[in-house]
Design a protein around this ligand. Sequence first.
Ligand SMILES: [Zn+2]
Length: 167
Amino acid sequence: MRTHGEFRVSVTKDYLVFSSAHFITFAGHRCEALHGHNYRVGVTLEGALDEQSWYVLDFSAVKKMMKQLCDEIDHKVLLPLDNPKVGVVQRDGTIHVDYAGTPRYVFPAGDCALLPIPNTTVEMLAQHLTRRLLASLSQIQIAHLTAIEMEVEENFGQSAFYRELLG
Ligand SMILES: [Zn+2]
């Protein structure tokens, strides 16, 4: 059956979660105290059917990639590398974090996930996870995909979506 319509597949599994610590900065001179969330992740992929197999993407491949991305940041302190007010410096196996030039935290390096984002909001985490997933997806055939949408929930009923058009 030939079709001109588009399909959408979605993966939101119980194990696509990460429990991590973070703090975000606000406009002006406000910065949250360190705290944690049990984050949940969901992804939707849009596109034409794979011509050989009649699916958009192999669910097992997507689930595996998403699980791997969650594991990368699970049980970590999430730190933004691109925040002009937050300094993140690695020294002798520890990460020194300052806010507006004032020392604030020191963590073991292995407990931190240093992320190339300006703030660890769910919006930025969703965009970051989208980029990481695209890097994983680039190893398989994804020319037929047209969009990817990532959801990151930090609390029940409180989530952000990032949607990126492909191609
Ligand atoms: Zn928070």
